[in-house]
Design a protein around this ligand. Structure first.
Ligand code: FAD
Length: 482
């Protein structure tokens, strides 16, 4: 078995298969595991940092299982209960949306009623929209894929203010897309799974160190312990086909024979591997569908101040009505003691989602916008001493309107290839959770085809049976983000 791509999807697939006794070779083009998520060294900073703010949620159950199986629980913290803080920049006023004692989907209702950033009329129509989302079954939801989420919100009488202050920021955070472009099906999936699913589904999690230090080395060790043969700096240049079946892969270092190949590379690399003169029609068709999906970009803003900027007890805020400075995270507060060395000051990280139109902005312009927001909202904040901007072109696979039909199933390419990147047809938007699930779905597809017991009808909503539990509430093995 050859797995191509050592991102979260490829590592998940390789580990899951090795755990079932399959002989796996993992081929990764770059010199480290973890994929596009990894940390980078940026000029002017002494140490490597994550390119943007990284977050996950308690409902990322398969990803949390992966962290547990790699003994990376220590590297993350999760909110004890859901709390989202909305900042009205012009007033410097923060409204907290917190989980209360009512059962879901009403667990956030009480704090919504008291929140200042929305009017009473907004809240009543939002309550109706929530009920409609809850009542939408899976088939109805999937039928909404050609509709934009914005259109759905307008059809459901959502006010401009609730769209710009609530629905769109959450859409951007989770889909990396503005609601005018996001598929209503993907957005409704997200709201059902996250905010309305169960009372702890949207507890936010953060990393207590940079991702490469926190997770990549643990992935490497766990793969080695599981007898997966890992080849770094080994890009696969083409698939080797014999009589319409892929029987190996060519790399710049030589040929690897394989009875089965699992592809967990990004959409453009996958499309390249699936095309070529000897590739089948089905392979070419999948490549065309992937090309239609495309990517969306993000910008990571890293600002360093002489001291904390956000008020005590507020780990992050969503900035109302701010197109560029969408969120502010107290990244220094997330890091463990001893993991802040080499930083020039107190770190505020600001992820700019759906950032295509800001990619051309120069750093000074971005800095001016950042300072404007901070000076209005937090006039007493300590001075800014250092500022960096990181542009990320291929942040996520785009779940635009109509994207559902372009997400292939694992066996769609034929030729004995199994597809496993975060873009396969699993409903979850491109994310750490989607990539883990995709890798496991690819592994389960192989195990099912080979009639391994337990996998005849495994679904990705179920626990991966061989791995430890995800972070259930009150599970003391996981750290709390206070
Ligand atoms: C900077 C950044 C931050 C992010 N933050 C978050 C976050 O906070 N929360 C969240 O949920 N999601 C986040 N995402 C999205 C999430 O990281 C991705 O959805 C996920 O990592 C995709 O995993 P993957 O394994 O499918 O693909 P990738 O991570 O892209 O991995 C694919 C791997 O394949 C390798 N490869 C490519 N071509 C070849 C080849 N020919 N031969 C061999 N190897 C090859 C690549 O080098 C890469 O390592 C972030 C993305 C980025 C870029």
């Amino acid at each position: 078995m050859v797995v191509i791509g050592g991102g979260i999807a490829g590592c998940s697939s390789a580990l899951a298969l090795a755990g079932r006794g399959v002989n796996v070779t993992l081929l990764e083009a770059s010199n480290r595991l973890g994929g596009r998520y990894g940390s980078v060294k940026i000029p002017g900073l002494e140490r490597q940092i994550d390119r943007t703010q990284n977050v996950f949620f308690r409902n990322f159950e398969r990803f949390l299982q992966l962290l547990a199986t790699c003994e990376s629980r220590e590297s993350v913290k999760l909110q004890k209960s859901t709390m989202l803080a909305f900042l009205e920049v012009d007033r410097g006023r923060i409204s907290k949306i917190e989980a209360g004692s009512l059962p879901p989907p009403n667990h956030l209702s009480a704090s919504f009623l008291n929140a200042n950033f929305l009017g009473l009329g907004d809240k009543f129509s939002m309550q109706k929209a929530v009920q409609t989302i809850q009542a939408t079954n899976e088939q109805q939801r999937r039928e909404l894929d050609d509709l934009s989420f914005l259109q759905w919100l307008e059809d459901n009488s959502q006010s401009k203010r609730s769209i710009s202050r609530f629905w769109n920021p959450i859409s951007k955070l989770a889909l990396n897309l503005d609601c005018s472009e996001a598929s209503a099906s993907s957005a409704i999936f997200l709201f059902k799974k996250a905010l309305l699913g169960n009372a702890s589904a949207f507890d936010v999690g953060c990393f207590t160190n940079d991702f490469t230090n926190a997770v990549s080395s643990n992935l490497r060790r766990t793969l080695a312990d599981s007898d997966v043969e890992v080849h770094l700096s080994t890009p696969v240049t083409s698939l080797f086909r014999d009589s319409g079946v892929v029987t190996g892969v060519n790399t710049k270092n030589g040929f690897h024979a394989a009875t089965v190949v699992i592809i967990c590379t990004p959409i453009s690399d996958t499309a390249r591997l699936l095309t070529g003169s000897s590739a089948s029609m089905a392979s070419h068709e999948v490549a065309e569908r992937l090309a239609k999906l495309g990517n969306t970009s993000q910008i990571g803003i890293h600002a360093f101040h002489e001291g904390p900027v956000l008020p005590e007890g507020i780990p992050f805020v969503i900035c109302c009505d701010e197109p560029l400075i969408q969120m502010l995270f107290d990244r220094s507060g997330e890091l463990d003691d001893g993991k802040r060395s080499g930083l020039p000051g107190h770190w505020i990280c600001c992820p700019v989602s759906y950032a295509d139109k800001y990619q051309e902005w120069d750093d000074e312009l971005i800095k001016t916008e950042y300072q404007r927001v901070i000076e209005i909202a937090f006039p007493e904040s300590p001075p800014l001493i250092d500022f960096h901007v990181v542009r990320i072109n291929r942040f996520a696979t785009a779940m635009r309107t109509g994207s559902q039909r372009d997400r292939p199933n694992p066996l769609d390419a034929g030729e004995g290839v199994i597809l496993g990147g975060d873009w396969i047809n699993i409903d979850w938007p491109s994310s750490l959770e989607a990539s883990t699930r995709a890798g496991l779905v690819a592994a389960a597809t192989y195990l099912r085809e080979n009639r391994v017991r337990d996998f005849s009808d495994w679904k990705h909503d179920e626990k991966w049976p061989d791995w430890p539990n995800s972070a259930k509430k009150e599970d003391e093995d996981w750290r709390i983000w206070e």
